[in-house]
Design a protein around this ligand. Structure first.
Ligand code: S6P
Ligand code: ZN
Length: 191
């Protein structure tokens, strides 16, 4: 295993900014337009308003080896594509038996999860919420508020990320604005 000396990272809870990020990833609407249920509205926004930042990840760089514990922040901007709130792509872990912990830092989110055998779960997250993503559950976070939703994630280095299954099959549940509030509803495009 790679030898790492101890370190501390300072985190700004409102923005998710790390004092010394090892990497920063930005996901824009153009990176994930096909993941929103209202594809026409995603295309209209891209054509009329231009691209927009959906979320940003800042993490520490660690070797993807047994025993290492990667951690990062995610900041999801506020907004919707049609009725559907801004969200992450979402993924299964490539090693399905690896779980994860999320900790809410600011704003209001909904953690949407599902298994390959058809179970679904949607958990509210606010500052101070510690959410457990058990092994075998795909996970996507959604900003259900009107300010940035920021959370911290901790996982095992060999978990890996399987985005392809969600890109192909989608999530069974969507988070949409309904009657003036966020609601978790069935995805009409997933049987
Ligand atoms: C990593 C963990 C999170 C996400 C991040 C972005 O296992 O679940 O750090 O990577 O929230 O979401 P996504 O779906 O684009 O990786
Ligand atoms: Zn994960």
């Amino acid at each position: 295993m790679g030898y790492i000396t101890p370190f501390v990272t300072e985190i700004d809870f409102a923005s998710g900014t790390l004092s010394a990020p090892g990497y920063v990833i930005q996901r824009k609407l153009s990176d994930m337009a096909s993941m929103y249920v209202d594809g026409d509205e995603a295309a209209r926004i891209l054509a009329d308003e231009g691209d927009r930042l959906i979320y940003e990840v800042q993490g520490v760089e660690l070797p993807a080896e047994e025993g290492q514990i990667p951690h990062c922040t995610t900041r999801i901007t506020a907004g919707r594509i049609g009725a559907e709130y801004h969200m992450t792509k979402g993924h299964y872990h490539a090693r399905r038996e690896q779980g994860e912990v999320y900790f809410g830092l600011s704003g209001h989110g909904i953690l949407v999860m599902q298994t390959e055998t058809g179970e679904t779960s949607a958990q509210e997250m606010v500052a101070g919420s510690a959410a457990y993503v058990p092994p075998f559950w795909a996970h996507r976070t959604v900003n259900a508020g009107d300010e940035d939703f920021v959370f911290f994630s901790v996982w095992e280095a060999r978990a890996g990320h399987d985005y392809g299954t969600i890109e192909r099959d989608g999530f069974r549940k969507l988070v949409v604005l309904r009657d003036g509030a966020p609601a978790v509803v069935d995805n009409p495009k997933v049987g």
